[in-house]
Design a protein around this ligand. Structure first.
Ligand SMILES: Cc1cc2nc3c(=O)[nH]c(=O)nc-3n(C[C@H](O)[C@H](O)[C@H](O)COP(=O)(O)OP(=O)(O)OC[C@H]3O[C@@H](n4cnc5c(N)ncnc54)[C@H](O)[C@@H]3O)c2cc1C
Length: 441
């Protein structure tokens, strides 16, 4: 994918995931020449299309929320849908917040201004003891009073205990929200990052807690269109182009990649955290960033696709399970031409990691059958284990900044410094931030 080459050296963006493509779109929109070098055959990185049984699906089920302002803005930019606000988006399904856990009354946002939409919804979840519902409302009000800031970070488990949020409300509400948002178990998850997500998602504008489910695969949702947008503005996007080495020389960079080195004025290193140190180690000024990235640990996310006959359909696109090895179940028929296709998701570390894929798929099928009843055997099943889906968003985790000790080389990615946990929004924000640094240089 390439447009017309510009005479001055481009900004090289190493990695065509959401972070790299967000940087590329921002720079291309500002008229800067960019060259994206992506190692894989497809754009998207940890959020990419994958082919299974003749279907184009994803490497893992993803969900976005209305508070992902930068991601949604850039999706609109590359789809050219900004002016259609209010109309259904062709790329995704946008639903008012609803937390449906099997066997529990759903927590639905009420059509009221924030924060009453959710406080009202919380009070309406009649399967939770009234005392716990009222205590949860008091907890949110108290956090609002403190502007969702803690003097010192602690674990989500400790925060909930301090504010009397144990019991059923922890199981039905707080733990599922924490693990879904931070992909980190409650005992070690950062309470400060969790509060930031609550601030933006639950206590923000009424639509900030909307649930957004892609209607198209994750490469098509943003990175592929971003590549077209960049190419239309003279930029270049190369696939199957792994960068092997980066040299800083005479105020420019040379990237070894393929038969011809690429010369660049700036580098935005937008590779996953576990690839960053290998590329950055030979460069000067990178010690602090490398030290921080080496101290990170990672959490897996498992997606188990189960293809049932088309008659199998959930009333809603998404259902949560409590006390089950499966955390969430998505019915892909609500978002695409996939009747009978369910995607079961298991977030973060756990005993499921020791199981082989066949055993795990069988376990997921039995769990789903227990909750839904009378399920036939799946026609096919496929487990996709992303072992390092995100960094562990633990208490006080120190993430490397986008700016490094080497002028004109920046780091983009969901693991870099920011308010958000390892998510698409964190990735996109970091990419946009790096692009602004380049533009300000
Ligand atoms: C299964 C799963 C489920 C998830 N669910 C959600 C969710 O529901 N909501 C949410 O917001 N987030 C979710 N996430 C997290 C989200 O996918 C990531 O935060 C985001 O995709 C990270 O984007 P990134 O651009 O920072 O990194 P990456 O996506 O890892 O992109 C880095 C890119 O660099 C490329 N690369 C690596 N080395 C080189 C090299 N030497 N040269 C050139 N290119 C190179 C890689 O191929 C890759 O394309 C999930 C992640 C997974 C895996």
């Amino acid at each position: 994918m390439s447009g017309t080459r510009s005479a001055s050296p481009p900004v090289a963006i190493v990695g065509g995931g959401y972070a790299g493509m967000a940087a590329a779109v921002t720079l291309a929109a500002a008229g800067r020449a960019v060259h994206v070098l992506e190692a894989g055959r497809r754009l998207g990185g940890r959020a990419r299309a994958t082919d299974l049984h003749g279907l184009t699906l994803d490497n893992g089920q993803h969900i976005l929320i209305g508070a992902y302002a930068e991601t949604l803005r850039l999706i609109d930019t590359v789809w050219g849908t900004g002016q259609d606000a209010g109309r259904p988006h062709p790329g995704y399904l946008r639903l008012p917040f609803e937390l449906s856990m099997a066997g529990e009354a759903p927590l639905r946002a009420w059509p009221l201004p924030a924060p009453l939409h959710l406080l009202g919804g919380l009070l309406g979840t009649w399967t939770l003891p009234l005392r716990e519902r009222l205590s949860a409302v008091r907890f949110i009000r108290e956090m609002q009073r403190r502007r969702f800031r803690l003097a010192e970070d602690t674990s989500v488990e400790a925060l909930l205990a301090q504010h009397g949020q144990g019991g059923k409300i922890a199981e039905v509400l707080w733990a599922p929200l924490c693990v879904a948002a931070l992909n980190t178990p409650v005992p070690s998850a950062s309470a400060q990052v969790f509060l930031t997500v609550l601030r933006d998602g639950l206590a923000g504008h009424r639509t900030a807690c909307d649930l957004i489910l892609p209607r198209v695969d994750l490469s098509a949702l943003f990175p592929d269109r971003a590549a077209q947008y960049v190419a239309a503005r003279g930029g270049e996007v190369s696939l199957c182009a792994p960068v092997r080495q980066i040299h800083a020389c005479d105020g420019a960079f040379r990237l070894l990649c393929g038969p011809q080195p690429v010369t660049a004025s700036h580098v935005i290193l937008a590779v996953p955290p576990y690839r960053m140190a290998g590329l950055a180690a030979p460069l000067p000024g990178m010690d602090e960033a490398i030290g921080r990235v080496r101290a990170l640990s990672f959490e897996p996310t498992y997606t188990i696709y189960l293809q049932y006959p088309p008659s199998v359909r959930l009333p809603r696109p998404m259902l949560g399970f409590i006390g089950s090895p499966v955390h969430w179940l998505f019915d892909r028929s609500h978002t695409g031409p996939h009747p009978g296709l369910l995607a079961a998701v298991i977030s973060a570390r756990g005993t499921h990691e020791a199981l082989d894929h066949e055993t795990l798929a069988g376990l997921a099928h039995r769990e789903i059958a227990t909750h839904l009843g009378g399920l036939p055997q799946p026609r096919w099943q496929k487990v996709i284990a992303e072992k390092r889906a995100t960094f562990s968003c633990t208490v006080g985790v120190r993430r490397p900044a986008q700016e490094t000790g080497l002028p004109r080389l920046y780091l983009a990615g969901d693991y870099t410094a920011g308010d958000y946990p390892g998510t698409l929004e964190a990735a996109v924000r970091s990419g946009v931030q790096c692009a602004h640094h380049v533009l300000n240089d």
